[in-house]
Design a protein around this ligand. Sequence first.
Ligand code: NAD
Ligand code: WQD
Length: 337
Amino acid sequence: MILVTGGTGYIGSHTVVELLNNGYDVVIVDNLSNSKEMVVDRIEAITKRRPIFINGDIRDREILDEIFTNFDISCVINFAGLKAVGESVIKPLEYYQNNITGAVTLLEAMRDHKVYNFIFSSSATVYGDPVSVPVDETFKIGGTTNPYGTTKLFIEQILQDLYKAEPKFNIAILRYFNPIGAHPSGLIGEDPNGIPNNLAPYITQVMIGKRDHLNIFGKDYDTEDGTCIRDYIHVCDLAYGHVLAIKKLMENPGVVIYNLGTGKGSSVLDVLHAFEKAYGKEIKHEFVGRREGDITANYTKVDKAFKELGFKAKYNIDDMARDQWNWQKKNPNGYEE
Ligand code: NAD
Ligand code: WQD
């Protein structure tokens, strides 16, 4: 049985679908601070299998003890955490408390219950502003520019320290690039609260008529079209990467680190055009000044994840745009009734 923390969230829910479809049994623990319990029904509608859902916080040791006592957990995937970059600058203590205390409490419970396989949702943000692109897993990490990113960096360090002290642990650190898109069924997807911070959900809210136009942050970057380059990856590809990571952990590899992306850099305008293709018409946009903290370009080499996990992204940005638009169209207000 796999314990998925944050399993009703965006990446977690897609990963639970992949796990169930690949024959794993799943227990979700989520405090619903950024998701809805309805996601569990949607997962069941897609997979015809229902994961066990526990409404709880990973900082609550009693709940964790109950879970590890009642279920035979072979691996934990830790998605639970706060993830809004801007908010983390305003509320650093909440971010350190939730993300770091959460991870440490979970790892303590795992150690005490002798569960040693752990997958951690890290982020390309740990590379800061990379010296060159594409980045690979040997690039120096650090230089994060916000508390959210720093929680990822610190947790990676905690995991390295833990492994040194307790080599029974097997730990996969997965550094995600930019996950977008949604399950092709349109039943699950990203449902941000308030004004979206990220590009793709902002675009689909313009498409659905909730926002007037997209502001493109900067047109004078040193790139072909002047807008920033990122490595967008379909959330279903990313989700499948976790199935492969579980298989890897069964080989007792110790600590392993993988970048998960497509290896292809796309500009903001490339992404906009992919959504316009899905929409069949133009999407209103304006160029505005750069957003503080944005870096020019970040995309990954894919060799290590391919060689060691067999990971290869199947979907391109047109697929991502089509599926995210499909989700938005079918659920104009996200999971709100
Ligand atoms: P999300 O907010 O949709 O999912 C996180 C889930 O965790 C939510 O359902 C939330 O309710 C839950 N949660 C938060 N704190 C909790 C706690 N203390 N106890 C129990 N549940 C808690 O976010 P997501 O986009 O699915 O991201 C999942 C993970 O991947 C996060 O750790 C995030 O930092 C990481 N990540 C995300 C991205 C991205 O662009 N979305 C990129 C890199 C890494
Ligand atoms: C992508 C591009 C913007 C919105 C962030 C976090 C990172 C990771 C993923 C978790 C940039 C441009 C955006 C808009 C725009 N999360 N943009 N108008 O900044 O690469 O990464 O989310 O780990 O840590 O920092 O993603 O989607 O915010 O932006 O022009 O309204 O779109 O400037 O070039 P980013 P994003």
